[in-house]
Design a protein around this ligand. Structure first.
Ligand SMILES: Cc1cc2nc3c(=O)[nH]c(=O)nc-3n(C[C@H](O)[C@H](O)[C@H](O)COP(=O)(O)O)c2cc1C
Length: 188
């Protein structure tokens, strides 16, 4: 593993594609020379714990996968990130992030990343057309974009699924996400 590019703080929530986070996003990021420190929402942690993927991710990345708030006075087990990627981001996590709700470790990390504006933040919403049809959806995206967040949504980015579509039919678009990470970190 090389640290040529630095550290991605990868924040994943419980969406389609989370089950294959290792093969579809983490391994491609490591192959590009990134280190990857992962934080999961509670539901995503349950899913990946159940399948054994959480332990595999820890072996692969060399970092603990976080999902719980640390104790006061305890140090973070993760290095400082050079870029944060929230992927896949559920409609729930996008909405909470836009509103500044940080009631789990994944949101707390993402919230501070957005608010501090210290490093680039990329959000890849993995939602269906019903999630996107919620009246607040576009406002949430606008709020995040106004704060400088790079939101992979809209023409040319990724068409939302139909509700009920086979979620396994489409893999996480690692190249699109990681190309953007390269671009926004190179620009700094
Ligand atoms: C099998 C399964 C697949 C899901 N896929 C998605 C999805 O692709 N996008 C989404 O926004 N929510 C999806 N959900 C719903 C979220 O998991 C749910 O809203 C959850 O509360 C999100 O929590 P989190 O944002 O804290 O991870 C899915 C739920 C299940 C059970």
């Amino acid at each position: 593993m090389s640290d040529r590019r630095g550290v991605i703080g990868l924040i994943a929530s419980a969406a389609a594609g989370t089950e294959t986070l290792r093969t579809d996003l983490v391994e491609p990021a490591l192959d590009r020379g990134w280190q990857v420190a992962i934080t999961l929402t509670p539901t995503a942690a349950t899913w990946l714990g159940h399948t054994g993927e959480r332990a595999r991710l820890e072996m692969l990345t060399g970092f603990l996968v976080r999902d719980e708030l640390r104790m006061p006075g305890q140090r973070s087990p993760h290095p400082t990130a050079d870029c944060y990627i929230v992927a896949p981001a559920t409609a729930n996590t996008v909405a909470k992030l836009a509103l500044g709700i940080s009631d789990n470790q994944a949101l707390a990390t993402a919230h501070e990343a957005v608010g501090s504006r210290a490093v680039p933040v990329i959000v890849f919403p993995r939602v269906n057309t019903a999630h996107a049809g919620h009246p607040a959806w576009l406002t949430h995206l606008s709020t995040l974009r106004a704060a400088g967040v790079h939101v992979l949504w809209g023409e040319g980015a990724w068409a939302p699924d139909d509700p009920g579509a086979d979620p396994g039919a489409r893999r996480l678009p690692a190249a699109m996400i990681l190309d953007l990470a390269d671009q926004v970190t190179a620009a700094r």
